[in-house]
Structures are given as C-alpha cells and as structure tokens.
Design a protein around this ligand. Structure first.
Ligand SMILES: NC(=O)c1ccc[n+]([C@@H]2O[C@H](COP(=O)([O-])OP(=O)(O)OC[C@H]3O[C@@H](n4cnc5c(N)ncnc54)[C@H](OP(=O)(O)O)[C@@H]3O)[C@@H](O)[C@H]2O)c1
Length: 279
C-alpha cells in the first residue's frame, strides 16, 4: 500500500558516524524491530477513528484514546489495538495513558479537538472559548509532554498534530476555534525547534473541510440542519479516510524525512472563504 515498508520508515537508518556524533544519536536508543506503536487521540470518531484503522492496516499497534470507552474498545478489538479511556485535558488521566503506553512509542497523533459555536468575538461565550483552548491546545500539550520521552526513547519517533486551516487563517465567527488552532500551529513549530537533534520528527497536518459525523454537529450544539448546511452543495468534501491516508503517508516516510506542514483541502475549497457550491 505504501512505497516505503513500515519497518524501513520506523527504524531510523544507521546514521553516518559524523552525523551520529553531531546529533547525539545512539544505537542503543533505536527501535529494536518489535511492532511499531502509535497513539491516536480522539479515536472514537471521525478523523481519529479512520487514522487508527489506517495505521493498523499499515502495521502499527494502535493505542486508541478518547473519553467514550465503548467506542474505542470496539475499535481496538477490531484492529488489534489497545483502548485507553482518557480525557486529554486531565493531567492525571494523561499520566495514566503514558503508563499504559510504556517506555517507547513510535508515533503520536494529537487529533482530539473540535469547535464550538460561530459567534462573533464581540458576542462570544468565553466558556466555549475556554473549552476549545482546553481540548485543542492544553490537551495537545499534556499528551505531548507525557509522551515525548517515549518518542525519543524509540530512537525513531514521529509526532503529528492535527491542526486545521483555521490554524493558518481567520474567518468571521471562527474566533475561538481559530485562536485555539493557531495555538496548535505555533506549538508544533516550537516543538520542531526544541526537539531538533533528537530522533523525533514533527509534523502539522492542517485539514480544510472534512465531512465527519460529529465535528459540525458538536459545533452547532447538535443542530443537524446547521451542521448539514456547512457542506451544502459542496462536491465531495474531504472525508476522514482522506486525512487518515495523509497521516499514514507522513508516518511511513523514511525517518530522516520530516514533512513539516501539510494543508489538505477538497478541490472545491480554494480557501476558507472560497468554496464552490452547486446549490
Ligand atoms: N472535520 C473538519 O472539518 C476538521 C477540519 C480541520 C481540522 N479538524 C480537526 O480534526 C480533529 C478531528 O476532527 P473530527 O472531524 O474527526 O471531529 P470529531 O469526530 O468530533 O472527533 C473529535 C474527537 O476528539 C475526541 N475528544 C474531544 N474532546 C476530548 C477530550 N477532552 N479528551 C479526549 N478526546 C476528546 C472525541 O472523542 P470523545 O468525545 O469520545 O472523547 C472525538 O473522538 C479535531 O482536532 C478537529 O479540530 C477537523
């Protein structure tokens, strides 16, 4: 399915001695060839669920993480992974996640997140903003902080943050979400600088319009009509499997290849403001 076998992608090639000295890499820290492991947060629906499936297909043992236990247990049973119930905004639960994962981890996909509301900044519900910041930014921070040591210890770690085109642009009514996703974008760039010299590559994937079952429904408080309106007349919005495919592609490049940032939109969407609609 992928041009580079998983084994090659997850096992960092032996670096030349000079590079090894310069970057402080050690053979002893390399992955030993046992099954590569991945953590996917927000695996109970949408992009996270599709990503867990795709990574399992590519040979990863996937830790499926979310708050809804039944969903992730069913998924983990189906793909031969491990379900870990965890609210990513709760530091104690994230510590328990890190214990469940163990000392080594090849791939972390910080995907848990979402949007609430579409109010102007001048009319915003600050608790909704706080919630968006909490799950998108603090959640990503807590999971990253807890699992970076295991990514480093694997000798061939990959960290992928799912941000959004809302992390690069702004739009009316999007204030709380764009602020949070700009935070994810900034955190990802900062991490790449701070982890330089360690065997962990850092990628931001910024999806545009992805039609998932729950994202817009959650944004509009369960109002299905409002949620459906987002995608009205759009010829083929992205689906979760499209982003999962990109995540798996990034994760299965040879380990010296760092894809910094990928913006992925449906062909009908040229920017956050220009979406071709047939109705
Ligand atoms: N759909 C889009 O158009 C789009 C576009 C750009 C970026 N994104 C981003 O892509 C990611 C996934 O979106 P999606 O469309 O797949 O949405 P989704 O179906 O609503 O998925 C969100 C996931 O996050 C989990 N989650 C939420 N709060 C959590 C918490 N406190 N702790 C742990 N898990 C939590 C949810 O699981 P539980 O409720 O079970 O905890 C769910 O599995 C999000 O970060 C979103 O912002 C989406």
């Amino acid at each position: 399915m992928f041009p580079v076998p998983l084994k090659a992608a997850c096992q960092r090639p032996t670096p030349p001695a000079a590079r090894n000295r310069r970057q402080g890499w050690h053979h002893g820290a390399m992955s030993t060839g046992s099954s590569a492991t991945a953590v996917v947060t927000g695996a109970s629906s949408g992009i996270g669920e599709a990503t867990a499936r795709s990574l399992a297909d590519a040979g990863f043992h996937v830790f499926c993480v979310a708050r809804r236990t039944e969903r992730i247990q069913a998924l983990a049973a189906e793909i031969g992974g491990t379900a870990v119930t965890c609210d990513v905004t709760d530091a104690a639960q994230v510590d328990a996640l890190a214990s469940a994962v163990g000392d080594r981890l090849n791939l972390l996909v910080n995907n848990a997140g979402g949007a609430i509301g579409l109010e102007k900044v001048s009319e915003a519900d600050h608790e909704a903003w706080r919630h968006m910041y909490d799950v998108n930014v603090i959640g990503t921070l807590l999971v990253t902080r807890a699992l970076v040591p295991a990514l480093v210890a694997s000798g061939a770690g990959t960290l992928i943050n799912i941000s959004s085109t809302a992390g690069h642009d702004v739009y009316e009514g999007g204030g709380g979400y764009t602020v949070a996703k700009h935070g994810v974008t900034a955190m990802t760039g900062t991490l790449r600088l701070e982890l330089n010299g360690l065997p962990v590559r850092v990628t931001e994937i910024a999806p545009g319009m992805v039609r998932t079952d729950e994202f817009s429904l959650n944004r509009f408080g369960g109002d299905k009509e409002a949620a459906d309106h987002v995608y009205a007349g759009v010829d083929e919005p992205l689906v979760a499997a499209d982003i999962a495919d990109v995540v798996t592609w990034v994760a299965t490049r040879p380990h010296h290849v760092n894809i910094d940032t990928m913006t992925v939109r449906p062909i009908a969407q040229a920017s956050v403001y220009k979406v071709h609609r047939t109705t």
